[in-house]
Design a protein around this ligand. Structure first.
Ligand code: TRP
Length: 329
């Protein structure tokens, strides 16, 4: 039987190039080989956006459009919305009965996020339970593999421990999920800080060609190079990290790197060629995005159909869980 892959994304705003290389390309590749389930984790979005929930729904639609534009195929993968499969919440509740609070307090993202997002009160019950809800998200589908970024590995580790504990108490019920790491190194932001919409240093998948050109023109490069004839550093220079990620013309990239190191190329040329490569990457996405935006009812249909399919599986799993816990009346 084909093994199952499950992954989710929090719908908290527009998707950017980091999502494309860090997740979506991988999602699209996996769908050829596995039974893939990809979902918008709208309840997880509420762990931080609970005071103003007004943008979550629009982000779900917008993100799903980007997923499909980036190559996730609703004919091959199941695309759904977490809250349309309420069994995730039932399983989360049952797990919460069995998992000691310190297990959740120990997850590194718990303290880190509380320290970083100081403008939000993250001392909530829901935020503490974030990785437990994430566990329910994947084990309810007997997922073997969960494609995630580096930052999510600790969550998957917790999921495996949770499964073992439940099995120890109630017998074999679930599959122990395993993380699959995307091999692509993290893409820096335009200013060479961590890419994040709160820093406004992203190129969004929905940006126009003009917006891309303008953003690339303003990109951070080697600050030593105040003139084009000063030798520059290629390694770790975001302009070249992006060339490596998006410019398929390897000869052009190697030529630019050589001349950059020798002080024989201006930033303007490097950036012009980069903007061209990024736009060539995004052009097919723009076309597919426009087609979907013209038919929002089609996107809704995809989401509802996918959620129905996901729910059939989730309901079956919950029957098994209820039986194991002597709750099957
Ligand atoms: N926590 C994930 C993130 O922030 C999103 C997520 C929620 C998820 N549930 C999941 C990812 C289940 C994989 C599997 O990126």
């Amino acid at each position: 039987m084909t093994k199952r892959v499950v992954s989710g994304m929090r719908p908290t705003g527009k998707l950017h190039l980091g999502h494309l290389v860090g997740a979506l390309r991988n999602w699209a590749e996996l769908q050829a080989q596995y039974d893939c389930f990809y979902f918008a984790a709208d309840w997880h979005a509420l762990t931080t956006d609970y005071a103003d929930t007004s943008r979550v729904q629009a982000s779900v639609i917008d993100n799903v459009i980007d997923w499909i534009a980036a190559g996730v195929d609703p004919e091959k993968a199941t695309i759904f919305v977490q809250s349309l499969v309420p069994e995730h919440a039932e399983l989360h509740l049952l797990l919460s009965m069995m998992i000691p609070i310190p297990w959740l307090e120990r997850v590194p993202t718990y303290k880190e996020q509380q320290e970083q997002l100081t403008e939000k009160d993250l001392t909530t019950y829901g935020f503490l339970g974030y990785p437990l809800l994430q566990t329910a998200d994947v084990i309810i589908y007997d997922a073997h593999f969960v494609p995630v970024g580096e930052d999510q590995v600790a969550h998957l580790e917790l999921s495996r421990e949770v499964v073992r504990r439940v099995h120890h108490m109630h017998g074999q019920i679930f599959v122990e999920p395993q993380a699959i790491l995307t091999n692509f190194p993290r893409l820096p932001g335009l200013d060479n800080r961590k890419m994040s919409k709160s820093y406004q240093n992203t190129i969004d998948l929905s940006d126009s060609a003009e917006a891309v050109e303008q953003k690339v023109r303003q990109m951070y490069t080697d600050p030593k190079r105040v003139r084009a004839d000063i030798p520059g550093t290629v390694e770790g220079n975001p302009v070249f990290v992006y060339h490596d990620a998006f410019n398929p013309d390897r000869d052009e990239v190697e030529d630019l790197k050589t001349r950059y190191r020798e002080g024989r190329v201006g930033d303007v040329e490097v950036k012009k060629k980069l903007a061209k490569a990024v736009n060539a990457t995004l052009e097919p996405l723009r076309e597919r995005r426009a087609a979907l935006e013209a038919h929002p009812e089609r996107v809704r249909e995809i989401i509802h159909e996918g959620s129905r399919k996901a729910r059939t599986i989730a309901v079956e799993t919950m029957q098994r869980v209820r039986e194991a816990l002597h709750l099957a009346y």
